[in-house]
Design a protein around this ligand. Structure first.
Ligand code: GLY
Length: 318
């Protein structure tokens, strides 16, 4: 890590990040399991593993008991075919790793929210600045699933422990644009989002649940952006600025239902799973990019040396 006059940049290598993640979850009692093969052996629904949870589905749904127990963590090799059209931007890759941890009925919202905050902000682990961390919770579907005020309360309690006020959107149904207008440029620290972003499941009927996403303000942007940058921008520009500079780093899915999504991307046809589970997923390369303050995954140590070598021998710049 080095500290410049203006901001702190955390220099974390890919191997350090993977090791820290697995060591942290081991210290909390998880068994570290190997990545499953990229091409699933026993799942005819997909060509490739698309998420860390894919090989864990039989255990989450109670069809089988995992030999390593009910608290698991790993770094899973994935190809997310859904995202293939996004590849070529600054953060989507064809092949990627997902850092994941799972509770199969062992712990739930309280523990995972406490541990997420600890892993991200404790000086013993990543030591990220909590002032840069923003989170979301599910806003409810107006039918059978309520706003996730339980997850919001646990996040508030974690921010309070760090001496921070955590503003929740004043009205759980407001859009970001409305929230900025109402809050006079204050961005809700804990924001509620619709099923499109905050209900996670596979693209067919299967295990799913409300999720809580974690976002990080890029290290090269000022912490006082609400007063130093937002007031100079129109509402539309503010929304774009936030989208470009406060980046999702991962999610905790409170995976407790079997269900699917309707045309509005909201959950329908829900039934309870045998246990209330946790499925955490952190996109490894994107997470590495954001916490180091890079603009693209290609600046991380996973790619930089190879790209520099290609540039050197091809005598061109990429
Ligand atoms: N944790 C679920 C996913 O984002 O893949």
């Amino acid at each position: 890590m080095f500290q410049s006059k203006f901001f702190i940049v955390y220099m974390v290598t890919a191997n350090q990040l993977r090791k820290l993640y697995l060591d942290f979850h081991k210290s909390k009692g998880h068994s570290i399991i190997p990545s499953s093969p990229l091409v699933p052996k026993e799942d005819p629904t997909v060509l490739f593993n698309t998420a860390g949870m894919q090989p864990i589905i039989p255990y989450l749904t109670g069809l089988a008991t995992h030999p390593a127990g009910n608290m698991l963590a790993n770094s899973q090799k994935c190809i997310r075919t859904d995202d293939i059209l996004e590849v070529g931007d600054n953060r989507h890759l064809t092949f990627f790793e997902m850092l994941g941890n799972w509770s199969i009925g062992a712990y739930f919202k309280k523990e995972i929210i406490e541990w997420s905050m600890e892993f991200l902000t404790s000086k013993d682990w990543l030591g990220l600045d909590s002032n840069r961390l923003f989170v979301t919770v599910y806003q409810g579907n107006g039918r059978d699933v309520d706003v996730d005020s339980e997850a919001a309360a646990y996040w508030q309690s974690e921010y309070t422990k760090l001496g921070m006020e955590a503003l929740v959107g004043p009205d759980y149904s407001q859009s970001l644009e409305d929230t900025l207008k109402t809050n006079q440029n204050r961005v809700s620290r804990i924001r509620t989002m619709s099923g499109k972003d905050n209900w996670w499941g596979l693209p067919y009927k299967g295990p799913c649940g409300p999720c809580s996403e974690m976002y990080y303000l890029l290290p090269d942007q000022p912490i006082d952006f609400e007063t130093s940058i937002l007031p100079k921008l129109s509402v539309q520009e503010r929304v774009q600025w936030i989208d470009d500079n406060i980046i999702e780093i991962g999610n905790n899915v409170f995976m407790q239902y079997i269900g699917e999504k309707d045309g509005d991307k909201e959950p329908v046809n829900l039934s309870d799973m045998p246990s209330k589970n946790i499925d955490t997923g952190l996109g490894f390369e994107r997470f590495l990019t954001v916490i180091n303050g890079y603009k693209t995954v290609y600046e991380t140590d996973l790619f930089a040396t190879t790209l520099a070598t290609v540039e050197k021998y091809s005598k061109s710049s990429l």
